[in-house]
Design a protein around this ligand. Structure first.
Ligand SMILES: NC(=O)c1ccc[n+]([C@@H]2O[C@H](COP(=O)([O-])OP(=O)(O)OC[C@H]3O[C@@H](n4cnc5c(N)ncnc54)[C@H](O)[C@@H]3O)[C@@H](O)[C@H]2O)c1
Length: 260
């Protein structure tokens, strides 16, 4: 018996990194998984891994910054699985940039996926969960949204602050429908997004990537960055029966980096 036996789950941005780890952890815990990513081949590869764990899993290629694509994705996922019990809104984008170098294009690119996409995935899933009488929504924010000073950039931090604020309001308004809404704020997590940031920062500072990594870990009380599986463990818990009375919260998974 898995913790998530029989649950119908959707994970966005699950073609790699944290989203892929969550999709695989959900499959291992007994859930059916719809793996969504803008990169269809990557989504299919992760769905295949989930099937390897005995789970029912499908891949959907969708741009989670596009409303029509979000609607079509949710419709396809709900009809294939027979509903949506859990959605993890994980798709997100950023780049390493100093505040004075950020452009309107950067702002639009990040807010389109990280804030607008999360909102409309959440709204579309909530409509279906309301009709079912239950649901769990898990939004992947970031310690950037809590003001972590070494975040990739200030506008990205704004998108993640938006995710936290939307999580609190959505939990308040959707609780009456037995829908729980929570956020996870990962700290430094070793995925592609972070490898790119470390590479850019190392080049900027004239040090090696390993030196950059050691420096980042010095400021983490537990002296360790996350593996994507550390974030996935919290996503499994928030989808599980034990979390039924937890809603409207943001949980840091960050080795003690941030205390708020
Ligand atoms: N890695 C970290 O240190 C870290 C820390 C805090 C928060 N986060 C957040 O966690 C989430 C996942 O980050 P990650 O490090 O795994 O990133 P990643 O870049 O490794 O993976 C992101 C995935 O999202 C997909 N994606 C991008 N744009 C998309 C779109 N428009 N529609 C659908 N899919 C899209 C990508 O193809 C990729 O597979 C993001 O929201 C990120 O902001 C990451």
């Amino acid at each position: 018996m898995g913790q998530l036996d029989g649950l119908k789950t959707v994970v966005t941005g699950a073609g790699g990194g944290i989203g892929a780890a969550i999709a695989v952890a959900y499959a291992e815990a007994g859930a059916a998984v719809t793996v969504v990513d803008i990169n269809g081949a990557a989504a299919e590869a992760v769905a295949e891994t989930c099937r390897g764990h005995g789970a029912a899993a499908d891949a959907i290629q969708a741009d989670c910054g596009d409303l029509a694509a979000i609607d079509a994705m949710l419709e396809q996922a709900a009809s294939a699985m027979g509903g949506i019990d859990v959605i993890v809104n994980n798709a997100g984008v950023t780049r390493h940039a100093f505040i004075l170098d950020l452009t309107e294009a950067d702002w639009d690119r990040m807010f389109r996926v990280n804030a607008k996409g999360v909102f409309f995935c959440m709204q579309g899933a909530a409509k279906r969960m309301k009709a079912q009488g239950s649901g769990r929504i898990i939004n992947i924010a970031s310690v950037a949204g809590r003001g972590y000073q070494s975040s990739s950039n200030a506008a990205y931090a704004g998108t993640k602050g938006a995710v936290l604020a939307m999580t609190y309001l959505a939990a308040h308004q959707l609780g009456r429908f037995n829908i729980n809404v929570n956020a996870i704020c990962p700290g430094v997590t070793y995925t592609e997004i972070v490898s790119n940031l470390l590479r850019d920062r190392a080049a900027e500072r004239g040090v090696t990537i390993e030196q950059m990594k050691q420096e980042a870990e010095k400021s983490i009380p537990i002296r360790r960055g996350n593996d994507p599986e550390d974030v996935a463990a919290m996503a499994v818990f928030l989808a599980s029966p034990g979390a039924r009375n937890i809603t409207g919260q943001g949980f840091n998974v960050d080795g003690g980096l941030i205390n708020s």
